[in-house]
Structures are given as structure tokens and as C-alpha cells.
Write a protein that binds this ligand. Structure first.
Ligand SMILES: [Zn+2]
Length: 203
């Protein structure tokens, strides 16, 4: 498995292309389609996963789905966020057509193109935050960063839920974390990071 990080030109968010043999999966949709297509290089895209509905992670979702001819998987609460500019923070950005979406609830597991993808509902930064585990790589969106956690003061954010989500993540068997912004990190770095923020949120 190979993971390519593509940073959006304008939004500073990460889009990931995960190459697994002949199939690719995409996590988040903030980078220009052109830049993503260059990495995919005509391979089949099995699915797009959204970590949450903030515009910097979802703005090009429909564009990618059209181009790569695949479905968009996301937590079901994303409908509310994507339907409302004030909740996704994009200027004039909203989605009205959810035909290309597959909605997920709670935690679970998918089998797509012979690959296992686990998903974990991790609210706290938003009501629609999902983390995805492919092999031992965790795609954490804005829940977890290299050194930090996502803001809990935006619409749908909640400190208590964030604390529960961190506890959930601690029990996931991952080796690397690929975050929605900034660089990726390893398990030992996250052990430290998570415990700092567990203490902070428990106060
Ligand atoms: Zn966000």
C-alpha cells in the first residue's frame, strides 16, 4: 500500500490517494482534481471517503465522484453540514444532490474491491467526523493532528465528544496517522499527543 499526500493549493488541507495494487481510494476532496488525477494515473478509484463536511475537505467531492466514477462514503450527519454554507464554512459552497453518496453510521467495516476499510465515528470537531483505517494507517481528518487535535468550538463541535473520540482512537490498532492538515505521524507520537489532550479535555 502506498499513500500519497496532496496538499490543496488554496485551502491547506490534505487529500490522500491510497494505492492498493490496481485500485486507489481517495480520502477527502480539498485538492485540485488535476493534482489528484496526476497521482491516480488512470487507475480505478474504488471509493472516496470524507472525514467530515467542512468545505476544505469536501468542496470537490462531487467533481471527483463524477470524474473517477465512484461513490462518496461519509457519516450520515454530513448531509446537514454539506447542505448549509454556515455549517461547512465554505463561501457559497453547498451540496444539494446526494445521489453519489453512501451514508455510514457509527463504526463498521466495508469490503470494497477486495479491500477492507474500517470506519470509526469520532465526533468532537464536527458531528460528521469519521476516521478510516486501511491496513494500519488511520486517516483522521481534523480529529487528530501531528501535534494537536481539531477545534471543538466550530458548529457541531463538542469537547466531551472529542474526549470520547480520543479514547476510541487509542484502542484502534494503527501504526500511522494521516491527518487532514499538516504532516503524518506515527503511533508513538500520537500516544503522547493523545494523552496531552485527554488531560486537557478532562479538566
Ligand atoms: Zn474541519
Amino acid at each position: 500500500m502506498k499513500v500519497y499526500q496532496i496538499v490543496s493549493n488554496f485551502l491547506d488541507s490534505n487529500t490522500f490517494v491510497i494505492e492498493k495494487g490496481k485500485v486507489c481510494f481517495i480520502v477527502d476532496c480539498g485538492a485540485d482534481l488535476e493534482d489528484v488525477a496526476k497521482v491516480v494515473k488512470g487507475k480505478k478509484v474504488g471509493a472516496i471517503f470524507l472525514t467530515h463536511g467542512h468545505y476544505d475537505h469536501s468542496i470537490f467531492a462531487l467533481q471527483y465522484a463524477d470524474y473517477f466514477k465512484c461513490k462518496i462514503f461519509a457519516n450520515k450527519n454530513i448531509i446537514e453540514t454539506l447542505s448549509d454554507t454556515a455549517k461547512n464554512y465554505g463561501e457559497n459552497f453547498k451540496i444539494a444532490d446526494f445521489n453519489n453518496f453512501v451514508f455510514l453510521e457509527n463504526d463498521g467495516q466495508l469490503s470494497l474491491n477486495g479491500e477492507k476499510i474500517e470506519y470509526f465515528y469520532c465526533p468532537g470537531h464536527s458531528k460528521c467526523s469519521n476516521c478510516y483505517l486501511i491496513d494500519k494507517s488511520l486517516f483522521s481528518g481534523d480529529v487528530l493532528f501531528y501535534q494537536g487535535i481539531g477545534r471543538t468550538d466550530l458548529y457541531g463541535g463538542d469537547k466531551k465528544e472529542m474526549l470520547q473520540s480520543l479514547k476510541k482512537i487509542k484502542n484502534i490498532d494503527f501504526e500511522n496517522v494521516y491527518s487532514g492538515h499538516d504532516r503524518s505521524s506515527e503511533k508513538f507520537e500520537q500516544n503522547k499527543n493523545i494523552s496531552v489532550f485527554e488531560r486537557f479535555l478532562s479538566r
